[in-house]
Design a protein around this ligand. Structure first.
Ligand SMILES: *Cc1c(COP(=O)(O)O)cnc(C)c1O
Length: 347
């Protein structure tokens, strides 16, 4: 069995999820006729304490539609350099939304410095784009932003009359880690985008929740972007199943990430402290090519680089983690042995 640690998006829908999908009642969602989609949107809105929800094929499109709902052409969003919306969505907000991003450096803990955010808000002057929105991300690079920090971001936005969007692709990882319901954790955001296809394990789908007026705008934009689908209750059923069964168990992914981090640190590797389901390991440059080959040969799938990211998810259990650690150990033990042999032969 392969152990795929590239991302929590690689999960296979299990038998129960497939059964839920097979028996989903469906209708044409362009007409608003799909009862399963409607139910998912209601459940998600309810869970987040928001007025409305809208189902999207992907998180990228949900984020884009949200940003476009907040910002008109020539308006601006303040966003982190490391944020998915800025760095990993092909510049969609600029290309398709005519929105100007104002990126700021994320601090090592994933937050933006709020003094920098405030300083980046443009005065009302014809030289400048119109600052409209602050967008943050939780979790970001596997790190959890606290409720206190997010409340400070929301308070700043309110004080300066800006909107706030949360890219909560993995917000349930934060919620489980903090032991705080998403309703509490996300209170005050205008929109929150929540991926169902990451740790929650569905084949596809993201739900955008937020204020009714913004969700209504996002519905029109989704249509424009080509993201409105027909009998898509089949996917929404997977989403409902995931919200009902796969949220609390994220704690297992976090425990497995911790187990993996401990195992790799014991090999002498430099491992960042783990907060949720991501482990970042420094791989000596001279080892990356060899490690990649060794992992491939032994059935561990990973995107090997000097800053290796390993992600736990519902298709890897503790036993798989132990096997993965053993496979890493075999590589580094032999590397050390050959290094020592080299060292000996030099001396
Ligand atoms: C994965 C991800 C997205 C986008 O989701 P896709 O469904 O892959 O388009 C957005 N934001 C964050 C933080 C993500 O991790």
């Amino acid at each position: 069995m392969r152990i795929d640690l590239r991302s929590d998006t690689v999960t296979q829908p299990d038998a129960a999820m497939r059964a839920a999908m097979a028996k989903a009642e469906v209708g044409d969602d362009v007409f608003g006729d799909d009862p399963t989609v409607n139910r998912l949107q209601e459940i998600a809105a309810e869970r987040f304490g928001m007025q409305a929800g809208l189902f999207f094929p992907s998180g990228t499109q949900s984020n884009l539609a949200a940003l476009m709902s907040h910002c008109q052409r020539g308006e601006e969003v303040i966003v982190g350099q490391d944020a998915h919306t800025y760095h990993y969505e092909a510049g969609g907000m600029a290309v398709l939304g005519s929105i100007q991003p104002q990126p700021l450096n994320n601090r090592p803990d994933g937050t933006l410095d709020l003094a920098e955010v405030e300083a980046a808000i443009k005065p009302d002057d014809a030289h400048f784009a119109i600052t409209k929105l602050i967008a943050i991300e939780n979790t970001i690079g596997g790190k959890v932003l606290s409720r206190g920090y997010m409340a400070d971001v929301i308070a700043l936005a309110r004080r300066r009359n800006l909107s706030v969007h949360l890219d909560g692709a993995r917000i349930f990882n934060a919620s489980v880690k903090l032991g705080m319901p998403v309703k509490e954790l996300c209170a005050g955001f205008d929109t929150v985008s929540v991926c169902l296809s990451k740790g929650l394990g569905t084949p596809a789908g993201t739900v955008l929740v937020g204020k009714q007026e913004l969700i209504d705008r996002a519905r029109r934009i989704r249509k424009m972007l080509g993201g409105t689908m027909r009998q898509v209750g089949i996917l929404a059923a997977a989403g409902i199943h995931a919200l009902e069964h796969n949220v609390e168990r994220l704690a297992e992914d976090h425990a497995n990430a911790e187990r993996l981090a401990k195992g790799l640190a014991a090999l002498g590797l430099k491992v960042d402290p783990v907060q949720t389901n991501m482990v970042f390991v420094a791989i000596p440059k001279e080892s990356t090519a060899g490690l990649k080959e060794h992992l491939e040969k032994n059935g561990v799938v990973a995107l090997v680089s000097p800053k290796l990211r390993l992600v736990t998810h519902l298709d890897v259990d503790a036993a798989a983690i132990d096997r993965a650690v053993a496979i890493f150990r075999a590589f580094f033990a032999s590397a050390t042995a050959s290094g020592q042999r080299r060292a000996q032969s030099v001396s």
